[in-house]
Every structure is written in structure tokens, then in C-alpha cells.
Design a protein around this ligand. Structure first.
Ligand code: DAV
Length: 344
């Protein structure tokens, strides 16, 4: 086992050499249950009927996803990275969803680790139940700040004041954001409003980030928007891939921090595979990879088109099976939270 490093949390981009990371856990994952309008706005049409209370994902998929995440943890340890794993929680019993997608709920910005204020009610307890021990051990470092979400007791719902003709499935009565709606580019974070992130959530995040950091919002082109990590995919300082069905070079270049970046659209549309089912996402999960150091990059092993593209850009792909984790709603980026990357 690779020991943790100090400072215990320190990361403000998606590509500098990784030193410590959380890898999620798939055990007891079940379909999230939220109001129909939210599910219809964000989930693939053919599976909306599955998103009801007490509906575990098929056991063979959960078992295979568990093995994929254990394997990912081993790959990262073999690269000299300290890996934290969350506690096993029975999500069906607590009316929750999963421990496999921690990117949605935690983000490191400098020496601060910020917890989401989830819009989804079934996720309110997720970080507390699964990740408190990890956060407590990181918090022992006096240089680290942890921003926990306010207690959800008595919290207002973000569903009640949604107007019928409104774009997003949540209102703005209280802060709501998923950390996966934001990416870190050094002192600037780029994020989006979405079905799970409202303006009060952005303002909350602006207060939570350390001094000197700013949060900019991109023009969102995707009416199903939920999480930005299949839209923009940085590879190293100055180089990114983007999803041309969801954004454009013109939109990205409006952000000064990206002005001089080399940008490549992913060529074509990634093909969905027949099995296991993509219950919760599009095949754009191909862009949901994990960069280890601006050169090495962990990607899904069957995404051969991506492999060739990355090699042509001077990257070195490490292949990792993630197709069963895909079923639970994400790939390598979603399933992890980088806690320490070497400062530049
Ligand atoms: O492409 O369906 C996936 C984002 C997962 N956090 C998509 C979005």
C-alpha cells in the first residue's frame, strides 16, 4: 500500500502528476429515485421505469463493477498513487444510490475539499455515510480545509417551484450543485448550470473555493446537461478534447484560461455497446477518463478509437475495463476524486 502524502489535499487541475485519489465503491448500488421530471430530463428514455425506490442494479453488474473498481485501485497503486476507498454502505436500505460516483460529491480545490450540496434527495447522505472516514483522515492535516455540506435536516426541496416551461428540473430556492459540473484549470474553475446545479449552488461554490480561485460558467448547449466531464476533457496543460455535440471551440475560447489551448473535437459519435446497458448515460462516457500526469491516462479498455486518438496526441493510454461501472452512471473520472496532484 502506498502511504498518503502531505499536504493531505492539494490539487487544482485535472492533469498534474497524481499522488492520492479516492476510488469509489459499487457494492449495493441501486437506481436513484427522484421526481419523474428530473429522471426524464437526465436519463435515457428506455430505462426511466427503473428509477423507483428499492430497485437495486442487477447483482451480476454490481459484482462486475465492484471488481472493475478494485482493479482500478490496483492499477493506480501500481503507479505509486495513494488510494482511499469509501466505506461499504447498503444504499437500498438507506434509500440512496451508490458509492461508485464520488466525483459528483467531492472536489479538491487547492488545499480545500468541497462537498456538493446535492440537488437529488436520494444523495443527501451519500458523502456522510460513505466518505466521512476518508475526509476525517485528510482533515488531520492542519493545512487542509474541508467544506462539508450544511445538514440537510429541514432543507427546502428544489423541486417545488419548478415552472412547466423552465429549462432545468430544479428551482433556485436553495444552493444545489454537483461537483461533477465543474472542472479545474488552475486558478479558474469552469462549470455549468444543469439539471442538478443552480445559480445559488454556483454562488455557494464561489464562496467555498480558496482565495484567488474563480468559477466561470460556460454557455450550455445541452438540454439534458448533468455533469461537465463528458463535455470537456483536458489531457494536459494546453491540450483538451471536447464533445462537439455539447460544446464548441468558440464557446470554450470565450474563457481566457483556455484562449491558447489546443482543442480537438472527438471525431464522430462514440457507439453505444449492446451489453451491459447504459442505464444512466450516453456513450460519451468514453471522454470520462482519468489523466495520471499529462502523459499517462487511464481509459476504458474497449474504447479503441479513443486509444488511437490519444496516442496520436502523444499520450500513453493505460487500459482498464469499466463497462459495468458505466451501467451505474459513469466511468473513470466519475468514479474517482483526485485529492493530491503535484503542484506545478
Ligand atoms: O454523457 O450521459 C454522463 C455524466 C456522468 N457523470 C452523459 C453524461
Amino acid at each position: 500500500m502506498i502511504p498518503p502524502v502531505t499536504p493531505a489535499a492539494n490539487s487544482d487541475n485535472e492533469w498534474s502528476p497524481l499522488r492520492s485519489i479516492i476510488v469509489g465503491r459499487a457494492e449495493h448500488s441501486c437506481f436513484p429515485s427522484e421526481p419523474a421530471r428530473m429522471i426524464e430530463a437526465t436519463m435515457p428514455e428506455e430505462y426511466v421505469g427503473e428509477f423507483k425506490p428499492n430497485n437495486p442494479f442487477p447483482p451480476e453488474i454490481v459484482k462486475a463493477a465492484t471488481e472493475e473498481l478494485d482493479n482500478l485501485a490496483r492499477i493506480l497503486e501500481a503507479e505509486g498513487i495513494h488510494v482511499y476507498r469509501p466505506k461499504e454502505v447498503n444504499w437500498t436500505q438507506v434509500g440512496g444510490y451508490t458509492g461508485a460516483m464520488p466525483r459528483d460529491g467531492l472536489m479538491t480545490v487547492g488545499n480545500t475539499v468541497i462537498e456538493s450540496v446535492y440537488a437529488w434527495e436520494c444523495r443527501r447522505q451519500e458523502i456522510k455515510l460513505g466518505f466521512t472516514e476518508i475526509l476525517d483522515s485528510i482533515a488531520k492535516d492542519p493545512n487542509v480545509t474541508i467544506v462539508r455540506r450544511p445538514s440537510p435536516a429541514g432543507e427546502q426541496s428544489v423541486y417545488e417551484k419548478v415552472l412547466p416551461d423552465q429549462l432545468w428540473a430544479i428551482d433556485n430556492t436553495r444552493p444545489a450543485f454537483d461537483t461533477a459540473d465543474f472542472l479545474r484549470f488552475g486558478k479558474v474553475l469552469i462549470g455549468q448550470l444543469s439539471h442538478v446545479t443552480n445559480m445559488k449552488g454556483v454562488e455557494y461554490l464561489r464562496k467555498a473555493v480558496p482565495e484567488g480561485y474563480t468559477v466561470e460558467l460556460i454557455d450550455v448547449q445541452d438540454k439534458h446537461a448533468m455533469h461537465i466531464d463528458t463535455t470537456i476533457a483536458p489531457l494536459r496543460e494546453g491540450l483538451l478534447l471536447y464533445n462537439p455535440e455539447r460544446t464548441s471551440e468558440e464557446i470554450l475560447r470565450k474563457h481566457d484560461v483556455l484562449k491558447n489551448w489546443e482543442m480537438h473535437p472527438y471525431p464522430g459519435t462514440p457507439k453505444a455497446h449492446a451489453y451491459p446497458p447504459l442505464y444512466m448515460t450516453s456513450a460519451w462516457l468514453t471522454l470520462n477518463f482519468l489523466v495520471l500526469d499529462g502523459h499517462k491516462i487511464v481509459i476504458e479498455e474497449q474504447d479503441t478509437q479513443l486509444q488511437d486518438l490519444l496516442r496520436s496526441l502523444g499520450m500513453e493510454p493505460i487500459l482498464c475495463p469499466m463497462r459495468n461501472v458505466y451501467c451505474l452512471g459513469g466511468s473513470l473520472h466519475c468514479a474517482t476524486v483526485d485529492i493530491v496532484r503535484e503542484s506545478r
